[in-house]
Design a protein around this ligand. Structure first.
Ligand SMILES: [Fe+2]
Length: 388
């Protein structure tokens, strides 16, 4: 572990059932009287954000909603949301939804302050100015976007996938209301929950892990192990939803410091080439990459195993490390995650192209605890095809 580290991130967190009704207070704390609200169209239609939006109206905060959001958003959507934000002179941007809506809110804020299009800022630290402060209200427990400095885009026409990354993209405030997540359907709950577990496990085993990210990652693994099955089995179990929302938030904090690894790198081409959702791709690949990485840091795998599940105390480090992979596989099976890339209808002849593309996702590849090259990634993809 590298003991030299920097810790930074979002400014403010508000957590608890019903807290989204206090959105207007948070906007006013930021001296905002005009807000752009970037909201997932399904969330808007379902009405779960009603109390938050009503609070804005009652507090006489003028707001416009932008909700033309696709599943994995296109850069043009951020440009359009920013145009609306500039038009109404938004002083605050609010994101309500899953990772796509939150990423769009972050990018829209950045593009209100920085001229040009989202594609001009794909890369690291290319933004010149901070945009209006962003308040994120996640409706899935998952992506961790409410605490990270990334906004990812997919342009289907030319299979482009890329992200705006940088310190100026951190949201100001995360408002975490478990009640906003109770209508999330079981399969989405499962795949985004596994994405959160992937964030925690990749951060904990990252070569850039810090003592702070370690604490958040292990706490996240424990919360996800305790609550994900129940959140999938019965969405209205508020205690399970609360545990998952806290778990995914802590996993997001860990990933914001320590980064992610080969699972995320290998999920990237599945999204870019075949339009497979981020969470589904990560969830499917996680056990296979864990198995490959195990020998790099078995002690860390053992710690993750004890955080994730109840295990006998007398296991050797190697036994506990292997139990970590087995427990992830059992969880994945229990909650209906695809067990192979065949199930996702990925063409197997694309493995070399997928591996080459994954190797270009430089930071996650560098952070992976076991050094990997294109040949290793091809082997892991093949194992993920052969599993049944
Ligand atoms: Fe992720």
């Amino acid at each position: 572990m590298n003991q030299l580290f920097t810790h930074e991130g979002i400014r403010r967190t508000v957590f608890g059932p019903g807290c989204s009704a206090k959105l207007a207070e948070e906007v006013k704390l930021l001296a905002g009287s005009r807000a752009l609200v970037v909201i997932d169209p399904h969330v808007l239609a379902a009405g779960v954000a009603g109390p938050a939006l009503e609070a804005l109206g009652q507090a006489k905060i003028k707001y416009e909603t932008y909700s033309a959001i696709t599943r994995e958003p296109e850069p043009a959507e951020a440009d359009e949301a920013a145009r609306l934000g500039r038009e109404i002179k938004a002083q605050v941007v609010v994101g309500i939804g899953g990772g796509s809506a939150l990423d769009l809110a972050k990018a829209a804020s950045a593009l209100i302050a920085n001229e040009g299009s989202a594609v001009d800022y794909v890369g690291l630290d290319l933004l010149k100015k901070a945009g209006p402060p962003v308040i994120c209200l996640p409706t899935t427990a998952g992506t961790g976007s409410e605490v990270t400095f990334t906004a990812v885009f997919t342009r289907r026409a030319d299979k482009f996938k890329g992200g705006i990354n940088g310190r100026l993209l951190y949201p100001h405030t995360a408002m975490l209301d478990p009640k906003l997540t109770v209508t999330c359907p079981p399969y989405i709950t499962a795949i985004v929950g596994m994405d959160a577990l992937t964030h925690a496990m990749e951060a904990y085993t990252s070569r850039a892990a810090t003592p702070v990210s370690d604490l958040n990652a292990l706490a996240a693994i424990e919360l996800i192990g305790d609550n994900l099955r129940q959140a999938v089995a019965h969405g209205e179990n508020l205690q399970a939803r609360e545990g998952m929302l806290l778990g995914s938030y802590l996993a997001g904090l860990a990933l914001a410091q320590a980064g992610v690894g080969a699972v995320h790198a290998m999920a990237y081409p599945l999204g870019a080439f075949f339009d497979i959702p981020h969470g589904e791709a990560n969830a499917t690949l996680l056990p296979f990459v864990l198995r490959h990485n195990l020998i790099a840091c078995p002690d860390r795998f053992a710690s993750m195993a004890y955080a994730l599940a109840e295990l006998p105390e007398d296991l050797t480090t190697r036994e506990a490390a292997e139990a970590c992979v087995a427990e992830v596989m059992e969880l994945s099976l229990d909650i209906g995650i695809p067990q192979s890339l065949n199930e996702l209808k990925v063409p197997q002849n694309q493995v070399p192209a997928m591996a080459a593309k994954a190797m270009t996702v430089a930071r996650p590849i560098a952070n992976n605890p076991r050094k990997v090259d294109a040949g290793d990634l091809e082997n892991i993809y093949r194992e993920a095809f052969e599993a049944e």
